[in-house]
Design a protein around this ligand. Structure first.
Ligand code: C5P
Length: 206
């Protein structure tokens, strides 16, 4: 079984995907982490993520980079969003994601274009979304927990900037596949959101 989970940052898609993978015993890939590694490696190389050649060179990042906690930073998210605009970068990461999706035991992948580009043949497609205000509040609570000096308004502005870039790009924009089921988690806690997602998967695969 392949489960495709797409949606914007801080919508809850990552947590839902992890929980679905654990529930069904499937492998899980957070594809955002690959783009984050490319963004980070571009920066480490002294390159510019807006420049296609610089971003493409960073696709050969070392595997250990995926374990670096710095990839989770907002700054790295911004670099990833810029590097992921380039079609050559997306093409270079395609096979790795496709192979993961096709593994024999089945998989859950989360990202922006899983249901549309990476696994259009997925058994179930979820589009997890939430209002900017709800997503900003979640990020803010997370960052306060880490003692990071950033305001709610700054986080909301950053989310809007990233949404606009992810939604507006020509190649593989953030978009619900026509056959995806949308879950708006704005008013849900994570247990409720997971229950809703599980219900969709169970019904679709009955
Ligand atoms: O999901 P996450 O916030 O970790 O993703 C970081 C950035 O990587 C996103 O803003 C998006 O631009 C890009 N991305 C993408 N396609 C994916 C996953 C992430 O373009 N499948």
């Amino acid at each position: 079984m392949i489960i495709a989970v797409d949606g914007p940052t801080a919508s809850g898609k990552g947590t839902i995907s992890k929980k679905l993978a654990a529930h069904f015993g499937l492998a899980h890939l957070d594809t955002g982490l690959l783009y984050r590694a490319v963004g980070r490696q571009t920066w480490l190389n002294g390159g510019d993520p807006d420049h296609p050649d610089d971003a493409l060179r960073a696709v050969s990042f070392p595997g250990e980079l995926l374990d670096d906690p710095i990839l989770r930073d907002e700054a790295t998210g911004g670099l990833a969003s810029r590097a992921s605009v380039h079609p050559a970068v997306r093409d270079a990461l395609f096979e790795r994601q496709r192979a993961f999706a096709m593994q024999s035991g089945g998989a859950v992948l989360d990202g922006r274009d899983i249901g549309t580009v990476i696994a259009p043949d997925a058994d179930v497609k979820l589009f997890i979304t939430a209002s900017v205000a709800a997503r900003a509040r979640r990020r803010f609570a997370e960052m306060q927990g880490k003692g990071m000096p950033i305001t709610l308004a700054e986080i909301a502005a950053d989310l809007e900037r990233r949404d606009a870039r992810d939604t507006g790009r020509k190649d593989a924009p953030l978009l619900a596949a026509p056959d995806a089921v949308t879950i708006d988690t704005s008013e849900m806690d994570i247990d409720t959101a997971f229950a809703a997602a599980l219900d969709v998967v169970t019904t679709a695969t009955k």
